[in-house]
Design a protein around this ligand. Structure first.
Ligand code: GLY
Ligand code: MN
Ligand code: MN
Length: 437
């Protein structure tokens, strides 16, 4: 594992140091979800829980408290159960929670309702994010009621409840060295998957066959899953932003948009490339592609510490609006068109998002009403696009149905940026070359 136990310990120490004195934080694991009958969806740990514990089992709850000076980490998890383990695989149990996962104290999950009353009864503050796990919400509300009802016996209940996100999501926004290594690995695997797809694509194949080639590359390299449902969109399907049917046939003369990223050791990559099915861009496709590329490269060139988040979207809108005027797809004065948001029929999403354990990672975009400034160690995507609807009758027919997005994963460094997905070609010449291999 790229993230060592020492790093998980450091994260917990940092988290505990941010918590108020006499406070308790409660962070649950993900649950196993049933797909059909007794078949489950693949288990994916809750990112907040994973970030603090590195523990990959369901039915667990991490509790942190600062009732003493050093702070304590209590892990509630499934007890060892040799009979169940024959079916479902090994469980750490309470012994493993302490020895392998470095919990200060470990209890069976069955003890949670009873123990949490003891832990909460003398706390002054609680960190808990409501509405992520309704069952746990109810159990905690019941525990709080029990504590209040015992007020005359000296029990006290925290009077302030904060969301855990306040502390934890700020920590998650800034990536450590080891996280950057993991994210670079995820990006590199995805780059290989995209290269494989560029080389394989040809008229007559189906979108799902391209998806299969990418899945093969991703799984072969040890990523266990896609970071999100892959978007394999040919022709006008590329104009559907979250297209996921992936069942159309690739045709000569069409583009193929691939928004596909691997998740490696729980860290996401999120990469989009768009290229011609038959290896050669038409004049209109090339014009749109180069405009999107110009917008993307202009923004990446701006990225360095102190750049406010909103400037990136503003720059993309500026470059795209100018380019659409030059191509005759918008008519009017640039300033007026920007004011009127005339780009919206062609570009209707934002320039990017934080990237980390979640594809759309946590972290605020505004602080105290002001757009956040980039800082070293943040990772974000830069993903402008242009999508000319097949039903857009304001433009000539030869433009309709062209959809292009270009997306890279970018680390903010001390002096600028480092493109984690930078090995994947993106100029017209480079792409046409790879497609012909
Ligand atoms: N693949 C999802 C996104 O680009 O945000
Ligand atoms: Mn994205
Ligand atoms: Mn994407």
């Amino acid at each position: 594992m790229y993230i060592t136990q020492e790093e998980f310990i450091r994260r917990r120490q940092q988290f505990l140091s941010y918590m108020r004195k006499k406070s308790v934080a409660i962070v649950p694991s993900a649950r196993e979800c049933f797909r059909t009958g007794d078949a489950t969806y693949p288990f994916r740990q809750n990112s907040d829980f994973f970030y603090l514990t590195g523990f990959n089992e369901p039915d667990a709850i991490a509790v942190f408290h600062t009732m003493n000076n050093t702070g304590e980490y209590v892990l509630f998890s499934r007890p060892a159960d040799p009979a169940r383990e024959i079916w479902d695989g090994k469980r750490a149990g309470q012994a493993g929670a302490v020895t392998e996962y470095k919990a200060d104290t470990a209890f069976s999950i069955e003890k949670f309702d009873e123990k949490i009353i003891e832990i909460l009864a003398s706390s002054e503050f609680l960190y808990y994010t409501f509405d992520h796990d309704r069952l746990l919400d109810h159990r905690l509300l019941a525990a709080m009621k029990t504590i209040r009802d015992k007020g005359r016996s000296g029990y006290e209940m925290a009077e302030c409840i904060f969301s855990v996100d306040l502390l934890l999501h700020e920590m998650r926004l800034f990536k450590s060295e080891a996280e950057i290594v993991a994210m670079r690995k995820a990006a590199n695997i995805s780059v290989d998957a995209h290269l494989r797809a560029m080389r394989m694509a040809k008229p007559g194949l189906f979108e799902y066959q391209i998806e299969a080639e990418m899945a093969y590359e991703i799984l072969k390299q040890g990523a266990r899953t896609f970071a999100y449902e892959p978007i394999v969109a040919t022709g006008e399907n590329a104009c559907i932003l979250h297209y996921r049917d992936n069942n159309a046939m690739l045709k000569a003369g069409d583009l193929l948009l691939l928004d596909v990223g691997a998740e490696y050791q729980n860290y996401a990559s999120d990469i989009t490339r768009t290229f011609p099915v038959n290896g050669k861009f038409s004049a209109e496709q090339k014009a749109i592609y180069e405009l999107v590329l110009k917008a993307q490269e202009t923004v990446i060139d701006l990225i360095k510490p102190d750049l406010p988040w909103n400037i990136m979207q503003r720059k993309v809108v500026d470059v795209l609006t100018s380019g659409l005027i030059d191509l005759g797809l918008l008519r009017g004065k640039k300033e007026d068109l920007i004011e009127q948001k005339a780009h919206l029929p062609f570009y209707m999403h934002s320039t990017g998002h934080w990237l980390g354990l979640d594809t759309h990672d946590v972290g605020r975009y505004k602080l105290h009403e002001e757009w956040r400034k980039l800082r070293e160690g943040m990772v974000l995507t830069v993903e402008p696009g242009l999508y000319i609807s097949p039903n857009n009758h304001n433009v000539d027919e030869n433009w309709r149905g062209i959809g292009v997005r270009i997306e890279d994963d970018v680390l903010v460094t001390e002096t600028g940026s480092d493109i984690l997905s930078g090995r994947l070609p993106k100029t017209v010449e480079e792409i046409e070359k790879v497609c012909s291999q």
